[in-house]
Design a protein around this ligand. Sequence first.
Ligand code: FES
Length: 139
Amino acid sequence: MPEPSAARRTVLKGAALAGAGTALAACSPGAGNSGAGSPATPTAPVDLGAAAEVPVGGAKLYRENKLLISCPAAGRYKAFSAQCTHAGCVLDKIEDGEGNCPCHGSRFDVNTGAVLKGPATDPLPEVPVKAQGGRLVAG
Ligand code: FES
């Protein structure tokens, strides 16, 4: 079998490098899960939909809005930024009353925003929220 030409080797090498560049871009800060680069809290009021979607005594993540809403008692709501104060990842789930950061494992109290487990050291910023006509509006 003949050796591939130098030109073909160059093309293959270029394709391999392009593939590596794609992989690196997917992991860079600002892409994927990290919310870095956009505000941690809404700059204008955000309609989150039906208030009934947040369980009494529980909480719900609105990842697309980077918000965490908890309902400590019927008709009472608290809202926090869902952007981790460590390096800016958006929380991915709520377990046992704790919001979880998928990047380095920080955990936050869904009713106070307090850090329960590091590496984050600062609490989640609180955001004003109210229920209007059965809908939640935050920010
Ligand atoms: S970004 Fe959340 S723990 Fe590091």
